[in-house]
Design a binder for this molecule. Structure first.
Ligand code: 3H9
Length: 694
């Protein structure tokens, strides 16, 4: 079916596009628009309106066509043709006019939008630049500095703000089609000019802005190539339009061929795919969730309560006594005050969200809630006791969730008489900020409970990924090998700074040693103590952490861990005392310390992560390699532009990964290094994870 229709209404040629779900500018859409545009040049219409049906104006170029041979008409050429039209062309926007979609609007002579619409150029998030004239037309309309900000940020802005900036001409409410037709009539009546943005001059700008932005981007988008190309392309808007457009095209092609863009596109689709549970029908019925209760008003519980309150849910927050509750609620208040201070929430909105959270100390208050999330200490007995109580007080059909990071969800479910209603919802700290939500499916979790929680995760602004039950689920289980290698590198010869710098420079948001200090060394210590000695991993890998805990160095919170922290600024510095402890422990183990180069450190840590990811796939704990990538990009500071650990493994080649793992096995022993059997199979078949997942 042709997604583009054309008809003349009251002398206006209306090009209407209907290409669900988001009106992406696919080949069929581009050619349909071109044919209609050409037909309109010679018919009785006096002006042309481009409008979309469904939920949104064009959300951009069709990303699923990227990487395939491009088909004419190319989007930039089509947009130039629109702009060159002898008859007036107007774009009418609703929903999200994004990327190539917004560029279509910028090529039109006038732009009208619904007051609820948002517009933007999110290409940078896909490792691209707005390659259909966006980097050339936006500076002509709003100037260099504002253009750089919009395009480098990538976040959509309200159409009303875009109108104030000069990117949109008219804002309307109600029926867009009616309003847009009236607007075009008005333009025709006043003989409005065919205003071509490409003919405008870029407002004069201080050229310093480019150098300053490059410096800022080197920090905010560390390691990424697209932002630098965006700056260059915007700079090219100072040239005559045709030359600037040519440069934009070249830089766009460079982006398209860059593995960073391939990685970011992979994550875009992986994130959407992760929301789907392979063995559940897409239209499975879901339970109604309106009232939510959280047990435990600690850092996690309070943060989770905020997530739901911010999304409009009524939240009951339960603590064991009035003092603990007051402490928890005061942290919530402090967090809201912080959000207001940082400009994330208005005073009024923060007040409204805060008012949705009601503190209680009695389980009877949970009798009618639709969902309970337990967020107390990682103590299995405590958790089981709580679930037995919930079983007694909660209404039938309520979903009972645990926020445990490690515990056996099936054992917790068995403490109730309704294991089918029990599920894991593993939030990441700080819960009101971090996007990842691991949804842990117990052996008996009902399909509708799982589907409800996955959908709910999206509703509260999280990226939900399903995990099966195992120690640490997807993310924390993989981290064990990663942290083990970090600690082994430390005791074998590196310093905390060497290890952190190696991983940070490679692209991780934070080095592993700093992460341990941030999380608290006592947390890992307690987790180890709860395990049988043979489950704790290589004893050499916790000699130093145990010694630090024994010395009262618990990490950032105690002012000292692997580093020392300034009590006022929290600035960290190297601590010779730590190196003395490291030397002492190494000596006790008979280890001759010798420096390890940065590449070796990175490979030991990242390949440990990849290898465990392979085991997780083999066991069916994760549904797909992309799910693991989403977990790591959203929850563990893995550089999104490397696509996540599993995509990265494919990029560098599984052959290389296994070769190095086998070398590590030779050198460091088979206890820590056993190539995963899936890795062996894929290498034997000359295959990749991407092919395996198809
Ligand atoms: C670009 O335009 C380059 C140009 O500058 C230059 C060209 C020369 N293409 O997110 P959702 C699918 S780059 C193909 O769940 P929501 C998506 O995969 C592009 N498919 O919905 C999903 O499919 P499925 C710049 C797309 O309501 C379905 O639509 N534009 C595209 O939460 C629903 O998506 C962007 O980067 C696409 N462009 O959010 C915008 N977009 O159901 C990217 C979506 O099979 N898109 N799909 O899983 C978005 O940000 C969000 O999808 C949007 C809707 C806000 C539009």
């Amino acid at each position: 079916m042709n997604p583009v229709s054309y008809e003349i209404i009251d002398q206006i040629g209306v090009i209407a596009v209907n290409n669900p779900p988001v009106n992406a500018l696919s080949f069929a859409v581009r050619s349909g628009i071109q044919a209609a545009l050409r037909a309109a040049q010679d018919d009785a219409s006096k002006a042309i309106l481009i409008i979309c049906e469904g939920g949104t104006f064009f959300a951009g170029a069709d990303i699923s066509e990227f990487g395939k041979p491009p088909k004419e008409p190319y989007l930039p050429d089509l947009i130039d043709e629109i702009e060159a039209s002898g008859k007036l062309v107007v774009a009418a926007m609703h929903g999200t006019a994004l990327g190539g979609g917004f560029e279509v609007a910028l090529g039109c002579h006038y732009r009208i939008a619904l007051d609820t619409a948002r517009v933007g150029l999110p290409e940078v998030k896909l490792g691209l630049l707005p390659g259909a004239g966006g980097t050339q037309r936006v500076p002509r309309l709003v100037g260099i500095a504002a253009a750089l900000q919009l395009i480098l940020d990538g976040a959509p802005i309200p159409a009303i703000a875009a109108a104030e900036a000069g990117l949109v001409d008219k804002i309307v409410s109600g029926d867009l089609r009616v309003a847009a037709l009236a607007y075009v009539q008005e333009l025709v009546a006043r003989n409005a000019a065919t205003r071509r943005t490409s003919e405008l001059n870029v407002p004069a700008a201080d050229e310093q802005v480019f150098a300053a932005t490059r410096i800022a981007v080197a920090k905010s988008a560390r390691g990424q190539t697209a932002p630098l190309r965006i700056i260059e392309s915007v700079q090219a808007s100072l040239l005559p339009f045709a030359a600037g457009r040519k440069r934009e095209r070249e830089l766009f092609v460079d982006c398209m061929q860059d593995p960073q863009s391939v990685a970011l596109q992979h994550l875009f689709f992986a994130e959407r795919e992760a929301a789907r549970i392979k063995d559940l029908p897409r239209d499975i019925g879901k339970r109604r969730i309106e009232r939510v209760a959280i047990i435990g008003a600690g850092t996690m519980g309070g943060g989770i309560a905020m997530c739901f309150a911010n999304a409009g849910f009524d939240v009951t927050l339960l603590e064991i006594n009035a003092d603990a509750l007051a402490r928890g609620l005061s942290i919530v208040e402090k967090n809201y005050a912080g959000s207001v201070q940082r400009g994330k929430l208005s005073e009024e909105d923060a007040g409204a969200c805060r008012a949705r959270i009601h503190g209680v100390t009695d389980y009877d208050a949970l009798a009618d809630v639709d969902l309970v999330i337990e967020a107390v200490f990682e103590d299995p007995q405590l958790k089981k006791g709580i679930f037995a109580k919930l079983d007694a007080v909660c209404r039938r059909g309520a979903i009972l969730a645990t926020n445990t990071s490690y515990q056996d969800v099936d054992a917790i479910a068995a403490a109730t008489g309704r294991p089918e209603d029990v599920i894991g919802m593993h939030f990441f700290s700080p819960a009101h900020i971090m996007k990842l939500l691991e949804v842990v499916r117990g052996e008996k979790t009902a399909g509708d409970v799982l589907a409800t929680v996955m959908a709910l995760g999206k509703k509260i602004g999280k990226v939900p990924v399903m995990s099966g039950v195992c120690y640490g689920f997807i993310g924390n289980r993989m981290l064990q090998g990663y942290f083990r290698e970090a600690q082994l590198c430390l005791i074998e010869g590196s310093t905390p700074e060497d290890i952190d710098a190696a991983l940070y420079d490679w692209g991780m948001a934070m080095g592993p040693i700093s992460v341990a200090d941030l999380a608290g060394l006592d947390v890992g210590y307690k987790a180890r103590q709860a395990l049988a000695p043979d489950q704790r991993g290589d004893p050499r890998s916790y000699r130093v952490p145990d010694a630090l805990v024994a010395a009262g160095r618990l990490g950032q919170k105690s002012g000292a861990g692997f580093y020392r922290y300034d009590p006022a600024t929290r600035a960290k510095s190297a601590d010779p005392e730590v190196m003395q402890i490291v030397e002492r422990e190494a000596q006790a183990l008979g280890i001759q310390r010798a420096p390890i180069d940065a590449n070796e450190i990175v490979e030991r840590l990242i390949f440990a992560l990849i290898n465990e990811g392979m085991n997780i796939l083999d066991e069916g704990i994760a549904q797909r390699p992309g799910d693991i990538d989403v977990v790591y990009a959203y929850g563990y500071g893995f550089p999104a532009w490397r696509g996540g650990p599993m995509h990265y493994a494919d990029t560098i080649g599984l052959n290389y990964v296994i070769e190095r793992i086998e070398e590590f096995r030779e050198r460091y022993g088979s206890n820590n290094w056993q190539p995963a059997s899936l890795l062996k199979t894929l290498v034997a078949n000359n295959s990749s994870l991407a092919r395996w997942a198809e």
